[in-house]
Ligand binder design. Structure first.
Ligand SMILES: [Zn+2]
Length: 382
């Protein structure tokens, strides 16, 4: 009889722990949650809404995971401009048995100077600042139907009182904090933004998820310079690439593997990363176009702004533009971005600039530093 019990016990250990090891040792399903959506825009910047930036960065991150981490499934809580109740986001992650939950958000502040990135894990908020962030992100459940039922009585107005809810994530706290730390370190190494550190607070989008979960505030939409960075392809790729690199590190740690982590540069399309912004070349007495290209080639640029006065090219409103260049014509300063040797490439960039809010952007051509018509450019190129 004793023998039977012993055999049974051994079998139980093998099956229970064998199964346990299988389930937890491989990170192969990741849920990406772009904050807000639909009629819940999140924080509002001067040129953008939080929901737009979170979606753009999330989609880039998803694509990077698919392109680089073979065997890792990516699920999105939304891929379009759609409003999804917060509890449904963690529900999706739980139902799909995901291994990581990443919620992406933008910070905002009444102080235009506030800047930097921070990553939250669920937990007891130690400062008023952290409570304020959670309050803002939680506020949208107040407009959801049946929120009291769906959130077990969570009070979004006083996240600091929801001590009980911190316990939901306790089992994953250590892993969540570890992952948050890896993200912050990658951000610090790969972007020029400032590191606000790993933090904890009670977020409704996190507390019901049954896996390591983080909420990343990728930067301040209320800070003009940071908003421009968050809106730029370069900024979005640097942020998504940093998160991907943190996923690699986390996966190596948890799966006990030694995957080679791609360099940030390798994760960013050449067309975005290798573009250099030339030195400002505006001079006051320039009467004709200044040239940066004396070769006999036609150069196409996208003109997006005309102003009676000269503006410094390092002005924060231009932060997300590439190859910025200005020339004076008939007493008016004209500002262009991009520099291409083919009309088609310039036209593509024009479309991108229009989407970013430069509604009047159009393609202009230059030859030996002089503005020429597109028809003339076409002839010269033949
Ligand atoms: Zn948010």
């Amino acid at each position: 009889m004793k023998r039977c019990i012993l055999i049974f016990f051994v079998l139980w250990v093998i099956t229970a722990f064998g199964g346990y090891a299988q389930k937890t040792q491989v990170i192969d399903k990741i849920v990406i949650d772009p904050g807000h959506g639909g009629d819940k825009p999140g924080a509002i910047g001067s040129r953008s809404k939080e929901k737009e930036i979170t979606l753009a960065v999330s989609l880039k991150l998803g694509q990077l995971i698919k392109d680089n981490l073979q065997g890792v499934d990516v699920l999105f809580t939304r891929t379009t401009d759609k409003d999804i109740d917060l509890y449904k986001r963690s529900q999706l992650a739980n139902k799909s048995n995901a291994d990581l939950f990443i919620s992406i958000h933008c910070n905002s502040s009444t102080s235009k100077e506030s800047k930097g990135f921070e990553t939250f894990a669920m937990g007891f908020a130690k400062t008023a600042e952290n409570i304020a962030v959670a309050k803002k992100e939680n506020a949208e459940i107040l407009t959801e139907l049946n929120y009291q039922k769906n959130y077990d009585g969570f009070d979004p107005n006083a996240p600091e009182n929801n001590i009980l809810f911190s316990l939901y994530q306790t089992a994953y706290m250590e892993s969540s904090l570890k992952f948050a730390d890896l993200i912050q370190k990658q951000f610090a190494a790969n972007t020029t933004m400032s590191n606000r550190g790993v933090k904890q607070a009670n977020f409704v989008v996190l507390f019901q998820s049954a896996m390591p979960s983080v909420l990343i505030e990728i930067g301040f939409i209320s800070n003009k310079q940071e908003e421009a960075y968050l809106l730029s392809d370069k900024g979005q790729y640097e942020i998504a690439g940093s998160i991907l690199r943190a996923i690699y590190e986390y996966k190596n740690l948890k799966d006990n593997t030694q995957l080679t982590i791609p360099k940030l540069q390798a994760l960013i399309p050449d067309s975005i990363y290798n573009k250099k912004v030339p030195e400002p070349i505006i001079t006051k007495d320039t009467t004709t176009a200044t040239t940066i290209d004396d070769t006999a080639a036609v150069v196409y640029r996208v003109q997006m702004l005309s102003l009676p006065e000269k503006v410094a090219l390092n002005d924060s409103r231009f932060a997300d533009l590439d190859s910025l260049w200005a020339y004076q014509q008939d007493g008016i300063w004209k500002y262009t971005a991009g520099s291409f040797n083919r009309y088609g490439l310039a036209a593509e960039y024009q479309t991108a600039l229009k989407e970013r809010g430069y509604k009047d952007a159009f393609v202009v051509a230059f030859y030996k530093g002089k503005r020429i018509s597109l028809a003339e450019a076409n002839k010269l190129n033949k």
